[in-house]
Design a protein around this ligand. Structure first.
Ligand code: UGA
Length: 409
């Protein structure tokens, strides 16, 4: 829960995890996000960290909620952390709860009802969904495509949130709470659908001899479609798309509507590893006893977040077929080792030991800049599967290696 003091913008950051708060007080950041540690260091005199909300409630009016809403087994969002924060809110007409966490449409209305039941009816409620991406969070936050502020009253809180964001100069959408909640879910579901679509096109490209990179370029220049989120790969990962697609599907179903488009055709990380494993098997035959290098373990570059990472399913599949996986990531090895202790891990310095590896990888700058001549010399095998279509296929082939991307027929 982050709580901002209005106008002077001191920030009161509250988390129930004492270890996290201790780290932050010492100037350390518990996650990897480029530029974040430096940003906190620059503003440390205006940031206050605590495990209880008392001081924040005393000093701030806008109480931002940014807790996790992970998926439940049923596929909808687990709102228990949201409810814990809601219960800690004061009965005050001087405060507003500003919801940053992604919540199903209808949550704001339910919270407003529970405020009324708890005698906290004067507390204002604003939905202000966040659209930043991991790995580019600071830049996305500072340069948003739009700021969405949803409130159902004509009180001060919506105006205060809009004023807080005004210096960013982004287009502002003032709307009601339910629409703000739905904008967030619909945006994520649409982006996930766009990726799923290009992944399906990639599959057809492989069968028909077309090149999905060329296809995406040609399609993306249509201004009605746009070039972003048209990179085919192993399927989208991360904690957000899979969760939000599933939450939206369930939300629709619970309202009596079957959202067919978000059905089985959606190519999230769980179903999309098949191309990579299948390609390796096509090139190598049986994978039993093979040593496969996997470059890039987190769900995308510039993060150590392993939630929903393709590498989890890919590595499990390769190992189950008898291969030995040697995994590497510039940042996420520690987290990956915690989740997949059975794998071998390379470190940057142990590049002397990549012998006998085939490779499958994703788009970290350090992978894009690999010296493929040196790699070819160090490898016993010759196959490079590019699960992100990001590597230099010409340099790889020039080094005598076999290059295979996704959707490159
Ligand atoms: C996503 C949205 O992009 C953000 O706008 C949103 O705020 C966030 O979820 C959230 O709801 O918190 P994020 O999951 O951090 O952001 O990362 P993305 O860059 O969207 O990537 C998600 C996955 O899609 C990654 O596995 C990425 O490799 C994959 N992807 C992305 C593709 O396969 N192809 C693409 O063209 C783009």
């Amino acid at each position: 829960m982050a709580l901002w003091r209005w106008k002077r913008c001191d920030v009161y950051c509250v988390d129930i995890d004492a270890a996290k708060i201790d780290l932050l007080r010492r100037g350390e950041v518990p996650i990897y996000e480029p530029g974040l540690a430096e940003q906190i260091a620059r503003n440390v005199d205006r940031m206050h960290f605590a495990t209880t909300p008392d001081e924040a409630i005393r000093r701030a009016r806008l109480l931002f909620v940014s807790v996790g809403t992970p998926p439940t087994f049923a596929g909808d969002a687990d709102l228990s952390a949201v409810h814990a924060v809601v219960d800690a809110m004061p009965a005050s007409s001087e405060h507003a709860l500003v919801m940053k966490s992604t919540v199903p449409c209808g949550t704001g209305r339910a919270i407003a009802r529970s405020f009324a039941e708890q005698g906290k009816g004067a507390l204002a409620y604003v939905s202000c969904p966040e659209f930043l991406k991991e790995g580019s969070a600071l830049d996305d936050f500072s340069h948003p495509d739009r700021v969405v502020v949803g409130d159902d009253g004509d009180g001060w809180a919506g105006d205060a949130v809009a004023a807080l964001y005004a210096p960013l100069g982004a287009p502002l959408i003032r709307t009601d709470v339910a629409s703000a909640e739905m904008i967030k879910l619909a945006a994520n579901a649409f982006l996930a659908t766009k990726i799923s679509f290009i992944n399906e096109i990639a599959n057809v490209c492989e069968e028909t001899g077309a090149n999905v990179l060329e296809v995406a370029r040609g399609v993306g220049l249509d201004q009605r479609i746009g070039p972003k989120f048209l990179s085919a790969g192993l399927g989208y990962g991360g904690s957000c798309f899979t969760k939000d697609v599933s939450a939206l599907k369930l939300l629709a179903a619970n309202s009596g509507y079957h959202f067919q488009l978000l059905g089985r055709g959606h190519r999230g990380q769980r179903v999309a590893e098949a191309p990579c494993g299948g390609k390796l098997a096509r090139h190598l035959g049986s994978l039993a006893g093979r040593r496969i290098g996997v470059l890039g373990l987190a769900f995308k570059p510039n993060t150590d977040d392993m939630r929903g990472a393709s590498s989890l399913v890919l590595a499990a599949r390769l190992e189950s077929e008898g291969a030995h996986v040697c995994a590497y990531d510039p940042i996420a090895i520690e987290e990956a080792r915690r989740i997949m202790p059975e794998l071998d891990y390379a470190t940057a310095r142990s590049r002397s030991s990549p012998r006998r590896r085939r490779r499958a990888g994703h788009e970290w700058p350090e992978f894009l800049a690999l010296d493929w001549g040196a790699v070819a010399e160090a490898m016993a095998g010759t196959v490079v599967i590019d699960g992100r279509n990001a590597l230099d296929s010409v340099a790889i082939r020039a080094a005598g290696l076999t290059y295979d991307g996704i959707g490159i027929g």
